[in-house]
Design a protein around this ligand. Structure first.
Ligand code: IVH
Length: 776
């Protein structure tokens, strides 16, 4: 007996079948058969085989989703069966009328069976399959003629390129909605913002913009999903008798159908479905703007027919609008923890999505100018879920003659201090700092909050009461409170007063990163606070650190470094911190600087940091600074060379470079600043733990590519370095492993070519966790 390896054609056929099956179970059944990584491996095997045998590539292969030619324009497509619209019901009563009409027209008395479907708020799309193969995708257009978006729909992973099964119908035209899930939408806007590209107002616009791209590679990078909801043409097999049977058949063919869809018998069941899903609406990962009910029996659908452009057998039951019109009566300015002023719109009360709204956010003064909103204007307010309602725009046609422009106040409405606009010009701040009651209150609230010092029982109202009664002035005063001071405030009993004092006591031993976050330093979120705590290892080192050293902390840029240094330079803040320490607050920290952190310090890195902070090293590039750093090795050596005024040159250092550095050091106070930074760096270096010999990744070179979502590049790099690895910028045969995030490009291809081991983000996080590095 001989066991024969299957022919390449057979291998390719089998791989495609397996991949299609996995994708069916993932998208349609929602029951993944294998981990994503296994799918990816199969996918790459198929890619490799097809590369070797280009004649075996077919357009319905899972590898053929993205072509590489952008279009000049979309072709027009005439719909063989027009794409209709739906009539609407806006209330329970209007829905009862609909059900009533159905009974009358059909002349039946029993309860009618309907299919209830969420009305997805995306774009209607029609897909044509011939002999199981996706041959065309089109937009709705005017219902008669749409646009050919075949290349784009092919990039949507939940749209199969080939229908499942051995006996697909000869012709099948399916219709459905393309939507962008909320999670993907937020991520997309984040990416767009980073790339300084336009962001989208809502997932629907984003989906529309993504589908109507002439370059399908752009569509491919957008998180779009498809849900099928009706059948327009079917040949080669009989039409099912009911709409629910159609959906079932579509599912069997690997077309994704929304899991919320239900059969409902009679009007009460329809209303129950509606109210249930309305209530859960905010928890779905996609936008819906109502419910669609369809008569289930196809013979009844045919009997009922159409009026003008809408079927009589279906109706859309719309949710209450999330947008409403009302009048802007006044604008109040609120002062936040950091002194930032935010405009709050005082509105004529209006019902939006079932809730009365009388306050809404207006973002900032620039936004007000941009939208040209004035007091007295009729404005559009938008409210979704639990988020704060916002004013979207004004309706200029309804502007009264006496409408007033909105101005930023010159003085803080709380403390009367001057208002200044920061360098970036967007945020206006009260300069009162802790004199300003509003800022003091907000600072204390932030300090006590769950993610900061997490002081149980110290809520916003209690902070207000404590400040109002002059019991506390700053956060250090909290630790001088006694149970009898607070008992009786804000309905506090003795028991809760005792609990509060205990909670304060417990908070004294919080981690240094919580403590730093709790201080409310501008620009310092939880991540940066953690990076600072981990890098320096204790509070005193941070308090003493010169600005230059902050730039060595992962993910800390110039603005953030300046904010940290400015905070600790402020005498008042130092007093409060001393007060906290004296009261017994004892932030818990490693006590030692991190080895990976001190390893970053070098003469070159220090000069680079100085340049970023404005030292005049114009014309001296990164490479030269690197060479200077390597050649002299330390600040004292560089100083010596500068003093000796040698005309010495070294590899990579042009003549004149040292003179330029000497001149730059003498402009301003760069000499003492670098001196001090170097000394501090040396102290930290001496206190860092010895580089443990034999770290797990010693001697390995790793490469990071693509976008990681759970950690930044800098963090990933720092973690790898702490394990002993070098992180390089390009892939070679010597690369140990490549970490490939979202949208990885040529480096990933190169890694595959060279057969370098590749980790996706999940596997990488898993790997880090396995080495005692926690990434959530
Ligand atoms: S059925 C002839 N079902 O709503 C019936 N439409 O106003 C055709 N829509 O443009 C539509 N979810 O894009 C149907 N479950 C659903 C739907 C749905 C969203 C959209 C569709 C159409 C619009 C009709």
């Amino acid at each position: 007996m001989t066991s024969k390896t299957p022919s390449p054609a057979e291998q390719i056929r089998q791989l495609r079948e397996t991949l299609n099956d996995w994708s069916y179970r993932y998208y349609v059944l929602d029951e993944p058969a294998v981990p994503d990584a296994e799918y990816d491996r199969g996918f790459r095997r198929l890619q490799a085989l097809e590369e070797k045998h280009p004649d075996l590539v077919s357009p319905d292969s899972p590898t053929q989703r993205v072509g590489d030619q952008p279009l000049d324009a979309f072709q027009q497509v005439r719909h063989r069966v027009p794409m209709l619209s739906l009539s609407n019901a806006f209330s329970d009563d209007e829905l009862r009328d609909f059900d009533q009409r159905i009974h009358e027209r059909l002349d039946v008395r029993e309860k009618v069976v309907y299919v209830a479907e969420p009305k997805l708020d995306g774009l209607a799309v029609s897909l044509l399959y011939e002999n199981g193969e996706l041959v065309r995708g089109a937009t709705r257009g005017d219902g008669e003629t749409g646009e050919d978006i075949t290349a784009n729909v092919r990039t949507i992973k939940s749209i199969p390129l080939r229908l499942r099964g051995d006996n697909p119908p000869s012709v099948l035209e399916v219709r459905g909605e393309v939507v962008m899930p909320h999670s993907g939408f937020q991520e997309l806007n984040r990416r767009q913002q980073q790339a300084e590209q336009k962001t989208f107002a809502n997932p629907r616009n984003a989906a529309a913009g993504s589908l109507r791209q002439l370059d399908p590679r752009i569509t491919a990078a957008r998180p779009l999903e498809f849900y099928a909801y009706s059948l327009a043409q079917l040949e080669g097999e009989p039409w099912p008798d009911t709409h629910s049977a159609i959906l079932k058949r579509l599912r069997a063919l690997n077309l994704r159908v929304n899991p919320e869809i239900k059969n409902c018998q009679g009007i009460e069941a329809l209303l129950a479905f509606y109210h249930d899903i309305l209530e859960r609406r905010d928890r779905l990962d996609y936008d819906i703007d109502g419910v669609v009910y369809k008569v289930d029996r196809m013979d009844w659908q045919r009997d009922l027919g159409f009026v003008s452009r809408a079927p009589r057998w279906a109706i859309a039951h719309k949710f209450p609008a999330q947008e409403e019109l009302t009048v802007l009566n006044e604008v109040d300015w609120q002062v936040g923890r950091t002194g930032a002023l935010t405009p709050v719109a005082k509105l004529e009360p209006v019902q939006v999505g079932g809730v009365t709204v009388s306050n809404a956010t207006l973002h900032n003064i620039d936004e007000i100018r941009r939208l040209d909103i004035r007091i007295g204007d009729t404005v559009v307010v938008y409210r979704a879920g639990d988020v704060i309602p916002k004013v979207v725009r004004a309706v200029p046609e309804r502007r009264p003659k006496d409408a007033r422009e909105i101005h930023l106040p010159d003085q803080c409405p709380v403390c009367g201090s001057e208002i200044l606009r920061a360098d970036d010009g967007v945020v206006a701040r009260c300069t009162g700092g802790l004199i300003c009651g509003a800022q003091r209150r907000e600072a204390i609230k932030h300090f006590a909050s769950r993610r900061a010092m997490d002081i149980d029982g110290l809520g916003e109202k209690l902070v207000d009461a404590l400040v109002d009664r002059n019991l506390i002035d700053n956060v250090a005063d909290l630790y001088r409170l006694k149970a009898e001071d607070v008992a009786g405030l804000e309905r506090m009993g003795e028991k809760s007063a005792d609990n509060l004092i205990q909670a304060l006591e417990n908070s004294k031993k919080n981690s240094l990163s919580r403590f730093l976050f709790a201080l409310g330093i501008l620009q310092i979120g939880e991540e940066t606070a953690k990076a600072l705590a981990d890098s320096f290892g204790d509070l005193q080192s941070i308090r003493r650190a010169p600005l230059l050293l902050f730039l060595e902390v992962p993910d800390v840029g110039v603005e953030v470094a300046k904010a940290i240094a400015a905070f600790f330079a402020e005498e008042h803040n130092e007093t409060v911190i001393d007060g906290l320490l004296k009261a017994g607050v004892e932030p818990q920290s490693p006590g030692q600087p991190a080895a990976a952190f001190v390893k970053r310090f070098s003469l070159a890195s220090m000069l680079r940091a100085a340049k970023r902070l404005g030292m005049d090293l114009e014309g001296i590039g990164e490479k030269t600074l690197e060479s200077v750093g390597r050649h002299y090795g330390s600040w004292p050596e560089l100083l010596k060379a500068l003093q000796a005024k040698t005309s010495e040159t070294a590899p990579g250092i042009k003549a004149g470079t040292l003179d330029k550095i000497a001149a730059a050091l003498d402009k301003g106070d760069w000499r003492p600043r670098l001196e001090q930074a170097w000394e501090q760096a040396e102290t930290l270096r001496s206190r860092a733990p010895e580089d443990q010999a034999g770290r797990p990744l010693d001697g390995q070179t790793w490469v990071l590519t693509g976008t990681l979502s759970r950690l930044t590049r800098d963090q990933a790099k720092a973690h790898l370095e702490s394990l002993g690895a070098k992180v390089a910028g390009s892939v070679s045969k010597k690369t140990a492993r490549v970490v490939a995030g979202e949208a990885a490009g040529s480096k990933l291809d190169k890694a595959r070519d060279l057969d370098v081991s590749i980790l996706d983000e999940d596997a990488f996080v898993h790997f880090l966790n396995g080495h005692g590095i926690s990434v959530s």
